[in-house]
Design a protein around this ligand. Structure first.
Ligand code: NAD
Length: 479
């Protein structure tokens, strides 16, 4: 049986009290690894290691160029170990291996991108007419706590940790309790690449009354970056406020996917399937509310249903599999609890539903009114609620009617409409005629219950640094 321990101060260590927790593979529903189960004392130890590495270590002081080289070596090692990293996520949460490999490639890209970005944007200058010269530098903020969710274990962790490291911070990463394995493997690779001990620490455990809570209340922490549920985000925001430290919150969503009657239907069907059934719908950005314009409704739905039913369901370790089980028994219980609400709320299941083990097959719900729970709440599973619409203004109003505002998709061949609708949607990201495509320079985050703050490119720089302005008088006369 494999063992995944904490990585603190450059060493793999057990919990102080020796406790462990089982790591369950949702496909077999059996334990495949043992994991150190940390508590508040382990959180303290990890923060102390990160604090020491920040206050007394080389990493914040070595300069951008050297850090850039080490981070690129780290990314290269991640590519060499991509299969090991991806398989850890597949075993931990049932993500099909081809998708986990895609996440692993995106994760090493996160490391390379933020290393390059920091090197190229480490300072700004502001020449002044008044005989002064101003410039700004972006020094590291200090000790960063990164708390990640289970749906994209490595990718979400690297999205937070890569910019934090590139700007010279030290980090304590707490992966989700259901998906701990890739974080320990990743921290081993960081050490091998030459990232000094104590710069990237990993501590495993739960959130409330456990490692997560202890980290977010810790007085020696300078930044908290969190991705997870909106309710947890509120609790973490309150903890950060008590210590007066900035917090970045990437939270839940109920994405609207709008298909107008002039859309390229093949393209819209393809993305509408990906938008809710990729990663078995366990995606914050999922297009879980699908709006289809009346004139094309029947044709679109017939193709959409066929495409959903044709997804290759199977063993997530098989490269052919497109659709795996849900991540855990607890999550399966939550997702399947929505099935009894469909009829109660006036909807109908067109296709799908729970099958064997922890599988829920691609599920399409029709005829549910906008007030139905499946149209309003984040199910976080392979369940899409389809609504019809007539006009642009009607669909924009409906799309904006939940407390969330993470993202939306628009399918139309009408350029003016695409711009108009994108402008009017309440969302941090709007995709037009595509989905999930990211430029890491662009802001990423949500409005309303979907989050606070943005990360990506300069937005990550704002969060992970303490910018400093220097203004100098320049003597214009020769001495
Ligand atoms: P979660 O909030 O239950 O847990 C997320 C992490 O927070 C875990 O590591 C957990 O241990 C920790 N945690 C829980 N309670 C805590 C507390 N009181 N103090 C400190 N840490 C605590 O979320 P989840 O179920 O792991 O993830 C699914 C959620 O994440 C969904 O709502 C999804 O939409 C959201 N998500 C958002 C984005 C985004 O970019 N906006 C990306 C991925 C997932």
């Amino acid at each position: 049986m494999e063992l995944f321990q904490h990585v603190i101060g450059g060493s793999e260590v057990p919990s102080i009290d020796g406790q462990t927790m089982p790591d369950i593979d949702p496909y077999t529903q059996e334990q495949w690894a043992d994991v150190a189960l940390g508590g508040p004392a382990d959180a303290d130890k990890a923060v102390a290691a990160a604090r020491d590495a920040f206050d007394n270590g080389l990493w914040p002081r070595m300069g951008f160029d050297k850090r850039h080289k080490i981070l690129h070596a780290f990314a290269d090692l991640m590519d060499e170990h991509a299969h090991e990293l991806a398989m850890a996520d597949t075993r931990d949460m049932g993500k099909p291996i081809t998708q986990a490999l895609h996440d692993a490639a995106r994760s090493s890209w996160n490391v390379r991108f933020f290393a390059d970005h920091a090197l190229m944007s480490m300072a700004d200058t502001y020449p002044m007419d008044s005989g002064h010269h101003a410039y700004s530098t972006y020094g590291p903020a200090g000790v960063v706590v990164a708390i990640s969710p289970w749906n994209f274990p490595l990718m979400m962790s690297s999205w937070k940790v890569a910019p934090a490291l590139a700007w010279g911070n030290t980090v304590v990463l707490k992966p989700a309790e259901d998906t701990p394995a890739s974080a320990t493997i990743w921290a081993r690779l960081a050490l091998e690449a030459g990232i000094p001990p104590g710069v990237l620490n990993v501590v495993h455990g739960f959130g409330p009354d456990s490692v997560g809570e202890a980290l977010t209340h810790h007085p020696d922490v300078d930044r908290i970056t969190f991705t997870g549920e909106s309710g947890t985000g509120k609790i973490i925001s309150a903890a950060a406020a008590a210590n007066l430290i900035p917090v970045s919150l990437e939270l839940g969503g109920k994405g609207a996917n709008i298909v107008f009657d002039d859309a390229d239907i093949d393209n819209a069907v393809n993305w509408a399937v990906q938008a809710i059934f990729r990663n078995a719908g366990q995606v914050c950005l999922a297009g879980s509310r699908l709006f289809v314009q009346n004139r094309i409704y029947d044709e679109f739905m017939s193709r959409y249903k066929t495409a959903a039913e044709n997804m290759l369901v199977g063993d997530p370790k098989d490269p052919k599999t497109e659709f795996g089980p849900l991540a855990s028994a607890e999550h399966h219980k939550k997702v399947t609890s929505y099935f009894s609400t469909v009829k109660e709320d006036g909807g109908r299941i067109l296709t799908g539903g729970p099958t064997e083990g922890l599988y829920v097959s691609p599920t399409i719900i029709v005829d549910a009114p906008a007030s139905a729970r499946v149209c309003r709440e984040e199910i976080f599973g392979p369940v899409v609620a389809v609504q019809r619409f007539d006009s642009e203004s009607e669909v924009v109003r409906e799309a904006n009617s939940t407390p969330y505002g993470l993202n939306a998709m628009v399918f139309t061949e009408n350029l003016s409409r695409a711009h108009r609708v994108a402008e009017n949607l309440k969302a941090g990201t709007v995709w037009v005629n595509c989905f999930f495509i990211r430029d890491l320079r662009a802001p990423f985050g949500g409005v309303g219950d979907s989050g606070v703050g943005r990360e990506g490119g300069n937005f990550s720089r704002e969060f992970f640094t303490e910018p400093k302005a220097v203004v100098m008088q320049i003597n214009r006369k020769e001495d």
